[in-house]
Design a protein around this ligand. Structure first.
Ligand code: NAD
Length: 276
């Protein structure tokens, strides 16, 4: 079949359907959040980045996304474990761009230990960042969305929001909580043009997962490849890591007008993990 150059370009370049929209993506200095920010920018949304990391590297990322996509990109260094910082991050983004239309709650951390040995400070930090941070951001962003009559809230939960795994008590509890919160926000906004959904990835190869591979290899004295096949991907029937861009593509779809009726959903992207 003959494929014209024009068709190839039309598929390669996402349309600018989010032009004029503003997206705040938490934890977007790395991994899934960065892929989401890049994708929403490619669709024309102005972007507020957030996350931890090396300042020079973050500035290079900010400038690169702006140059590649032609949208305005700002950065907030808010620590999402601090409730006032979360609210401030939302108002800084709203003041810079005139509002926040799309809120992607993506920042998250992990710690792995048996529940009776789980460090209490790790429990507190995981609940603060992975669950309470999501609540504080939604609470701060929702009034503006209601006032402007449009909103998309996308919470990056996890397959661990739907099922448990040993040694991940805080993470599993927080991610189940995120899905519960998603349902409540969807119900409260059901008769508005605001939607709220959770995406539930299985394993995606990001720095967070690279750290887990290293930790588990050391803990079980196993080679990395064995950790990947026998520990991480044990419950994931398709036996492959998802790519961050797959999560970003679903996020972009949920932001589109075609997804207006999808709300209150917890959408697995997990290679049939939670189908079992
Ligand atoms: P990552 O470690 O690559 O990125 C995490 C991001 O969160 C970084 O930008 C980091 O700076 C930011 N962050 C961490 N603590 C923060 C804090 N206190 N304040 C502000 N920002 C903070 O991780 P990832 O794998 O891209 O994970 C992103 C999200 O996806 C997380 O919520 C994670 O639970 C979820 N998830 C990941 C996977 C996976 O396999 N990678 C699977 C399911 C769900």
């Amino acid at each position: 079949m003959k494929t014209s150059r024009m068709n190839v370009e039309a598929v390669a370049a996402p349309d600018r359907n989010l032009g004029g929209k503003v997206a705040l993506v938490t934890g977007s200095t790395s991994g899934i959040g960065l892929a989401i920010a890049e994708r929403l920018a490619a669709h024309g949304a102005q972007i507020a980045l957030n996350g931890l990391g090396d300042r020079d590297e973050i500035e290079r990322t900010r400038a690169r996304i702006a140059a590649e996509t032609g949208v305005a990109v700002i950065y907030s260094d808010a620590d999402l474990s601090k409730r006032d910082a979360v609210a401030r991050m939302v108002s800084v983004a709203a003041e810079a761009f005139g509002g926040v239309d799309i809120l992607v709650n993506n920042a998250g951390i992990q710690h792995v230990a048996p529940v009776d040995e789980f460090p209490i400070d790790k429990w507190d930090a995981i609940l603060a960042i992975n669950l309470s941070g999501v609540f504080h951001a939604i609470r701060a962003a929702l009034p503006g969305m209601k006032a402007r009559g449009f909103g998309r809230i996308i919470n990056i939960a996890s397959a661990h929001g739907l099922v448990g795994s040993p040694f991940k008590s805080a993470y599993v509890a927080a991610k189940h909580g995120v899905i519960g919160l998603t349902k409540v926000v969807a119900l409260e906004t059901a008769q508005t043009a605001i939607t709220c959904n959770a995406i539930c990835p299985g394993y995606v190869r990001t720095p967070l997962v690279e750290r887990q591979i290293g930790e588990q290899a050391a803990a079980h004295n196993l080679p990395r490849e064995k950790v990947i096949s026998d520990v991480l991907l044990k419950a994931q029937p398709n036996k492959r890591f998802a790519e961050a861009r797959e999560i970003a593509a679903l996020t972009a779809f949920l932001c589109s007008d075609d997804a207006a009726s999808i709300t209150g959903a917890a959408l697995p992207v997990d290679g049939a993990w939670t189908a079992q």
